[in-house]
Every structure is written in structure tokens, then in C-alpha cells.
Design a protein around this ligand. Structure first.
Ligand code: FES
Ligand code: ZN
Length: 312
């Protein structure tokens, strides 16, 4: 099979686009998909400072690389969770990328070390507060990522969620009719109030498989293993189901997720007041000042509980 663009020998097939590309044209295709996502969802401009959450996996490193290649000002933010060999390997991948590509392109890598800043590794913290490791991890990562973005005056926070992630999440939300989550599941979440940075997902037009291929083609080393604490059995099942549908009928995933976005866009245009209503529920956390709907934000509650457990 030949490349749809330049007619030389193709290296990768993209059935949902009825296309095949050689290595060079594939890289251009990926960059073009991200550029379209940034534009159509008004994510950011060339003067904005972007903070990219990097985990050492293929999606986040591909995202950081693509943004730098497209000429954006993008720095990295890595959270060292202190999960033995897994954290060491993922940190090595992130550092390696930063040293060889990030820093030479003018970017900076920020690192948040949970053991140092929160006083214990993620497993130990989760045990102290009697919560699953993944949800404790989620609370800390979300909080520290947002804090770093606000304190260091970044215009926007970017994460490496891809089409598979978003379609699986959408399927889960629809199956359980979680309408509140559905309303908030878009590739761009505006900075609702002071203290909450704008959040974007520039990879939502690209699949997991395409991002893995992008890393291979562009020589980006990444950590292949999933976090050993991951409990995402449900998400994996949804991804499997969607992959089966995709094999039978290429384009299902993008039709499902992009179709949802189209409907959301129309709905948003006719319900401008919704965001203001959500904003009215937010006020500063009594401990740290970050916006929250409760008296204390979930991060401060978690840390207060951990301290009580240690001293009690
Ligand atoms: Fe959060 Fe593994 S990535 S617990
Ligand atoms: Zn707080």
C-alpha cells in the first residue's frame, strides 16, 4: 500500500480516515490533527504559556513533543508518586525527553515529589486515609497540577487524554447516565473562576494506536507498563468493547465522541447561564484558598485526615 499523500511506501494504515501514510506524512497528519483540535476548541494561542502534565507514557510525551514542534511555549509538569521501580522508570523517561528535546527547545520540566511535599509515598498516604490508591493519586495530581499552573501563571494546563480515553469515559458516563459528568466532558474546560486554570486535551482527535506509532516514528522513548496501582478494569473493558466495534466498523469511536462534542456545542450555545450557576457554587477553601464547592477542598481534607491518622 502507498502513502495517500506522497505515494511512497506506506508505513501505517488509518482505516477510519481511509488513509495510509509513510513515516514523514504520518507525523504531519498527527501534527495537523492536534493543530485542528487547538483551533476548533479555542484551546490556546502562540503567546500562551502551556503546562503539560507528563507521566512518562506515550500520550503525554507525544503531546509535549507535538506542542514544541508546532511552535508553542510548553513546559512539563511531572508528579513523582514514589511507587518504587515504576516511578523510577517513568521519571527516567520524562527526564530523558526533557534533556534531549524539551530543554533544547527552551522548555522547563517541573517536578513535584509526593514523598517530599506530602510527607509519604502515594501508597502509604492512601492507606492512612483509607481510600483506594488511584483516587488518592487523582486528588493529589489534580490539585498540584492546578496549583503549579496558577502559582506560576501558566495560561492553560494540557493533558494527554486521547480519543480512546475520551470515548471510553463517555461510554461509562452514558451507561450510568452521569449527566453532571457528561456536561463537563469536553476537550476545553475554561478557567471558571480565579484559582482554577483552563484545562485542555489537544489529543482528543488521535487514537492510542496512532500515538504509540507517533512515538516510535519520532524516536520518543516512553514507559509501556501501566501504573501497578491502576484499578481501571472498567475503563479497560470499555476500551476493549469500543475496539471491537472499531474493527468491525472503522470510525465508530470518533463518530461516538465527536458526535457527542457536536451536540454539546449546540447545547452550550443555548444554555449560557449554566457555567455561571456552577461558578456561583464555588468559594475559596478554608485552608488553602483554592476554589471548592465544600468548606474545605478535597486535597486539604485528605491531608488533614492523613495528619490526624499519623498523630492519633
Ligand atoms: Fe495514580 Fe497509579 S497513576 S495510582
Ligand atoms: Zn484546600
Amino acid at each position: 500500500m502507498n502513502c495517500t499523500k506522497c505515494k511512497t511506501k506506506a508505513a501505517i494504515k488509518i482505516p477510519r480516515h481511509h488513509a495510509a501514510f509513510c513515516r514523514g506524512c504520518f507525523t504531519n497528519f498527527v501534527h495537523d490533527q492536534v493543530a485542528r483540535a487547538i483551533k476548533s476548541e479555542t484551546m490556546f494561542g502562540k503567546d500562551d504559556r502551556i503546562l503539560v502534565a507528563v507521566s512518562g507514557g506515550k500520550d503525554s510525551l507525544a503531546l509535549w513533543n507535538i506542542l514544541l514542534k508546532l511552535g508553542y511555549k510548553a513546559d512539563g509538569f511531572y508528579v513523582d508518586l514514589g511507587i518504587g521501580g515504576y516511578s523510577e522508570r517513568s521519571h527516567t523517561m520524562v527526564r530523558q525527553f526533557a534533556d534531549t528535546i524539551g530543554v533544547p527547545s527552551g522548555a522547563v520540566l517541573h517536578t513535584h515529589t509526593v514523598e517530599r511535599e506530602e510527607g509519604a509515598g502515594i501508597k502509604e498516604l492512601a492507606q492512612l486515609v483509607h481510600r483506594p490508591t488511584c483516587s488518592t493519586c487523582g486528588t493529589i495530581k489534580r490539585y498540584q497540577f492546578n496549583r503549579a499552573a496558577v502559582v506560576q501563571e501558566y495560561d492553560v494546563m494540557a493533558t494527554g487524554h486521547n480519543l480512546d480515553d475520551e470515548a471510553a469515559r463517555l461510554l461509562g458516563n452514558v451507561l450510568h447516565w452521569q449527566e453532571d459528568y457528561l456536561d463537563k466532558q469536553g476537550p476545553t474546560l475554561p478557567a471558571s473562576v480565579d484559582g482554577f486554570a483552563k484545562k485542555v486535551k489537544p489529543l482528543y482527535r488521535l487514537s492510542e494506536r496512532e500515538l504509540a506509532a507517533y512515538c516510535v516514528v519520532n524516536n520518543i522513548q516512553y514507559i509501556v507498563d501501566e501504573c501497578p496501582m491502576a484499578q481501571g478494569a472498567r475503563t479497560l473493558l470499555y476500551k476493549e468493547v469500543l475496539n471491537r466495534l472499531e474493527t468491525e466498523s472503522p470510525g465508530t469511536k470518533q463518530y461516538f465522541y465527536w458526535g457527542f462534542l457536536e451536540k454539546q456545542r449546540k447545547k452550550r450555545a443555548s444554555s449560557e447561564g449554566m457555567l455561571e450557576r456552577d461558578q456561583a457554587l464555588l468559594h475559596p477553601c478554608s485552608a488553602c484558598g483554592q476554589p471548592t464547592t465544600a468548606e474545605m477542598c478535597s486535597y486539604c481534607k485528605l491531608m488533614a485526615r492523613a495528619k490526624r491518622e499519623v498523630s492519633g
